[in-house]
Design a protein around this ligand. Sequence first.
Ligand SMILES: NC(=O)c1ccc[n+]([C@@H]2O[C@H](COP(=O)([O-])OP(=O)(O)OC[C@H]3O[C@@H](n4cnc5c(N)ncnc54)[C@H](O)[C@@H]3O)[C@@H](O)[C@H]2O)c1
Length: 351
Amino acid sequence: MERRSVLITGGAGFIGTNIARRYLAEDQPVHILDNLSRAGVEQNVAELRQCYPGRVEFTRADVRDRNAVEKAVRGSRFVYHLAAQVAVTTSLEDPVHDLGTNLVGTLHVLEAIRNSPEPPGLLFTSTNKVYGRLGAITLREKSTRHEPADSALARRGADERQPLEFLSPYGCSKGSADQYVLEYARSYGLQAVVFRMSCIYGPYQLGSEDQGWVAHFLRQGLKGEPITIYGDGKQVRDLLFVEDLVDVMRLVQKNISLVCGEAFNVGGGPENSSSLVELINRIRLLTGNPIEVQRGPERLADQRWFVADTAKIRNRVSWSPKTNISEGLRRLQSWYAERPSLYEQPAVQVA
Ligand SMILES: NC(=O)c1ccc[n+]([C@@H]2O[C@H](COP(=O)([O-])OP(=O)(O)OC[C@H]3O[C@@H](n4cnc5c(N)ncnc54)[C@H](O)[C@@H]3O)[C@@H](O)[C@H]2O)c1
């Protein structure tokens, strides 16, 4: 059995913890590198170490620290690079910090892999924000959602041929990192793959108003507190339950030589799409709480519609999401129900 660790940068966070749990459950060692800058994530590391004693190596370090990254990458058999400044709002407040973590940090990971005697494979978590406003798509407004006037596109979702448009410092830093990963695959032969992810939700998500809106909405619903919607609330996203994401990540890791050098849209697809107001209605039904909605101005760089066409990844690794929104929300609700202190405390800050 392979004894070298899987390295997860940002592994203390929501998605990283779910990836770690999967490998640990298969008795495969995991190394987490995280600076614990996201409030509350230290609890995830503590829980992992308690459940899997001796199997979790943890390095508290910043991806901006090149030496720390190099040391962690050496000896790892695969790298999930997740560590990031994750919120558009925070990137607008401090673009220099955003760039340092998201772009320079990614270059450190790429250089460490390039210089490694046994270069591990890499999966980089990019975002659908690299497609910007999708200005070429004409939308029509329906009673609870925006959707493309082209009904075939509405049925399929947007694929990887959409033009790139980097909006907001977050869009620029993640988008540049996305392009660097593909470039290192081209020029230096790295076995690297890019996931342009839609909205991911599920257990271990400490959602806030700035990032992780599904968990944030559900938490507000469980507390019976108001939700603030920025814009008309008809913005549409496709939602992917985190365990389905980890399934496709594992498939890609196992088949990296077949998919490296490419970017894939990864999300729940049209059948798992929801607008903000539609999701609030679901949460009202699920929690039995009425949930007051407050209104704020539309946010800069907010997409009115993004739904991933996941045909490319589905065809390449034979994957499709198994968990629909109702089931996913129920499972997130149960996870919160086991940890009442988490949803009772004030929303965490992302940076
Ligand atoms: N959750 C989503 O819906 C979503 C969608 C698209 C893309 N992504 C991407 O997926 C990745 C993981 O997202 P998440 O939702 O798990 O976020 P998260 O905030 O829960 O996890 C990110 C982790 O990175 C750590 N971190 C931040 N800056 C760091 C630094 N400079 N050095 C080391 N560690 C640092 C944080 O402490 C945190 O534990 C991110 O790259 C994010 O951009 C997430």
